[in-house]
Design a protein around this ligand. Structure first.
Ligand code: ATP
Length: 353
């Protein structure tokens, strides 16, 4: 039987609630579809950091490299500054494994209310550059604690890095029915890196005549997402811009609790990582009401990446059947808890094709 080795890193907060729910659903699905998933559990999170001083133990990334995929929850805890937790766990994996293409679909699922008048128009994929740009980590602090203290945070745009993400975005746009791609930029104000970002996009566009494209400044993009959602299909944006726009996209599609993401290393030199967009959600941790749908949708993206397209589609159908029935957690206006939604998805899988 085909067996995939999956590294499960629930991390912090509700990651420890939604990842086990995701594993339960994935195991039920695999049994039905005739493949196996061998999960190995990693305790990498803020508790481990506070006890040992490291999120990832020595040799951890080398171990992680041997898996077919990584199923990740969230990182972030009240006792650890966010920049320490993010750079301690998530970013070393994304950057170390060259997961440069971050794919973030947004869609209003059946039975879910969008804050938009025309929520059904939301059917987008945001592609985020995930290896450099504003989150390159380049910079430093000088004269610490003195009145003349200075901090620099340098955005890094490389020809290779920009070209590969634009190419990836055009390929993905071409595979979608609308074949439309929007370039998000801020090259009016940021006249070096963002101008290179635009120029390389125009060069790459020449190889994809079948894809229609347009260009939008990031500030204007926020209003367009709210006022003209139907004019958007596939979007490519830098690390920071896409980070912000995809939270907006998640809110417009109903809740952060639905939004999935895939951190892809398209060449498959390294494993890719699949995670819900949301963070640790301290305010609801331990209450049993975290919405597991973002994790289930993420699991579907992971199956697609592993080559189990039929199982991936079956899981998406089960998720949609459950939202259509109104089995929703409180973030979506429902009264159900994580367990009830998980059980409902498993039942829908049982019924499904
Ligand atoms: P990060 O910076 O780590 O992405 P964040 O500051 O964006 O985190 P989240 O932890 O994602 O914050 O939470 C933002 C809000 O959304 C919180 O009120 C949280 O309860 C809610 N939320 C996030 N994920 C879920 C979920 N799966 N189910 C229900 N509510 C959620």
């Amino acid at each position: 039987m085909k067996t995939y080795r999956i590294a499960a890193i629930p991390g912090d907060g509700i990651g420890n609630e939604v990842i086990p729910a995701g594993i339960e659903v994935l195991e039920a699905l695999a049994a039905k579809r005739g493949f196996a998933l061998a999960f190995e559990h990693f305790d990498w999170g803020s508790k481990r950091y506070l006890e040992t001083g490291a999120y990832i133990p020595a040799g951890g990334l080398e171990r992680l490299k041997t898996f077919d995929a990584i199923f990740f929850g969230a990182v972030g805890a009240a006792e650890v500054p966010d920049h320490i937790s993010l750079w301690g766990l998530r970013l070393p994996i994304c950057q170390g494994f060259d997961q440069y293409a971050n794919v973030r679909p947004a869609r209003v699922l059946p039975g879910v209310d969008s804050p938009l008048r025309d929520g059904s128009a939301v059917d987008w994929v945001i592609i985020r550059e995930n290896s450099e740009g504003e989150y390159s980590g380049s910079g430093g602090r000088v004269h610490r604690g003195l009145p003349e203290e200075v901090a620099t945070e340098t955005s890094v745009f490389t020809r290779r890095g920009v070209e590969r993400i634009h190419r990836f975005a055009f390929e993905l746009a071409r595979a979608r029915p609308k074949k439309h791609l929007t370039l998000v930029t801020k090259s009016n104000a940021q006249r070096h890196g963002m101008v290179l970002w635009d120029e390389i996009f125009f060069e790459v566009a020449k190889a994809y005549p079948e894809v229609r494209w347009d260009r939008e400044l990031v500030d204007a993009m926020t209003t367009r997402m709210v006022l003209k959602p139907g004019s958007i299909d596939t979007v490519v944006a830098s690390n920071l811009h896409a980070d912000i726009l995809s939270d907006l996209a998640a809110a417009l599609s109903g809740s952060l609790g639905i939004a999935p993401t895939a951190n892809l290393n398209p060449e498959r030199t390294f494993p890719s990582m699949f995670e819900p967009i949301h963070g640790s959600a301290f305010d609801i941790t331990g209450k049993g009401i975290a919405n597991p749908l973002a994790t289930f949708w993420t699991a579907s993206m992971m199956l697609e990446h592993l080559g189990e397209a039929r199982a991936a589609a079956g899981l998406m159908r089960a998720i949609e059947a459950v939202t259509a029935e109104g089995v929703l957690t409180p973030d979506l206006g429902g009264v159900h808890d994580t367990r009830a939604v998980t059980n409902a998805v498993k039942r829908a899988l049982d019924r499904g094709r």
